[in-house]
Design a protein around this ligand. Structure first.
Ligand code: B1M
Length: 208
């Protein structure tokens, strides 16, 4: 695989080597789609699988995602019009009252890595702000994260607000205290307990 050095650099969490090797492949004329799929996305898929089987843990997954992002930034300007990589648009945020952003940002990064157009609203995002962004951005999916049991009700309030504003965007929920049964209770369209699962869920919801 000609982009093996990029792949290996992501798995070594070496952001500088990722950027260096992406630039090298670009100047060698390697196709952008190949750099993205085989150099940048494939190692995240691999680390996601290893995370699922317990071979690596969160810090490694986060480090790989961060290393990969540098390479993504290098090719981002070249993506438009080259290949149809946008898998859909996701508006993501941590719900009102909750300031935890590490897991939400990891989900956002992995969605970007998988080709989604991600609008990250940050933390402490109220139901109104989610509804306005979903409408303005014409989102395919609204993704809500919560890390506190005390902020889980804000997910319910957000779903209610989206519904009363007539927004039919699909909604997914996640975060440490959230469960599938809580998601079902809310009437959310999906739940995932980790970032690779959230990517798979978004793809499934959009029929990909
Ligand atoms: Co806080 N905190 N914290 N905290 N904090 C927890 C969550 C807690 C479990 C610690 C504990 O008591 N053992 C506890 C919550 C208890 C509960 O409600 N059940 C807690 C508490 C109580 C608090 C405060 C109330 C403490 C206080 O002030 N007395 C306070 C609340 C502030 C607020 O939000 N209003 C508070 C503050 C903080 C810090 C600011 C210091 C800091 C956050 C820094 C930051 O995010 N920038 C912090 C931290 C770091 C933690 C712990 C230690 C780590 C959280 C984390 O980032 N994990 C946490 C204990 C723990 O989890 N071990 C804790 C790594 C991250 C990658 O995982 O976010 O779970 P996580 O994301 C995962 C999945 O959950 C999932 O995918 C991610 C990757 O696989 N996921 C999604 C997340 N969102 C998703 C969305 C999806 C799908 C999957 O779809 C939409």
């Amino acid at each position: 695989m000609p982009v093996k050095d990029i792949f290996n650099a992501v798995l070594a969490f070496d952001g500088e080597a990722v950027i260096e090797n992406v630039n090298k492949e670009l100047s060698d004329g390697t196709r952008v789609a190949e750099i993205l799929r085989e150099g940048l996305i494939a190692p995240l898929d691999e680390i996601g699988q290893k995370f699922t089987t317990g071979e690596v843990f969160l810090p490694e997954m986060l480090a790989a995602a961060q290393a990969m992002k540098g390479g993504l930034e290098v090719i981002r300007p070249k993506l438009a019009g080259t290949v149809n990589l946008v898998a859909g648009k996701v508006v993501i945020g941590t719900v009102k009252g909750d300031l935890h952003d590490i897991g939400k940002d990891l989900v956002a990064m992995m969605l970007e890595g998988a080709g989604f157009d991600v609008v990250n609203l940050g933390v402490d995002v109220g139901p109104d702000a989610f509804a306005q962004a979903a409408e303005k951005q014409q989102a395919d999916i609204v993704a809500l994260s919560a890390l506190l049991t005390t902020t889980m009700p804000a997910m319910q309030a957000t779903l209610k607000q989206l519904k009363s504003a007539g927004i039919k965007t699909k909604v997914i929920v996640g975060g440490a205290p959230v469960s599938q049964s809580f998601a079902d209770q809310l009437g959310a369209d999906g739940y995932s307990d980790d970032a690779p699962g959230a990517v798979a869920l978004c793809k499934r919801l959009l029929g990909q």
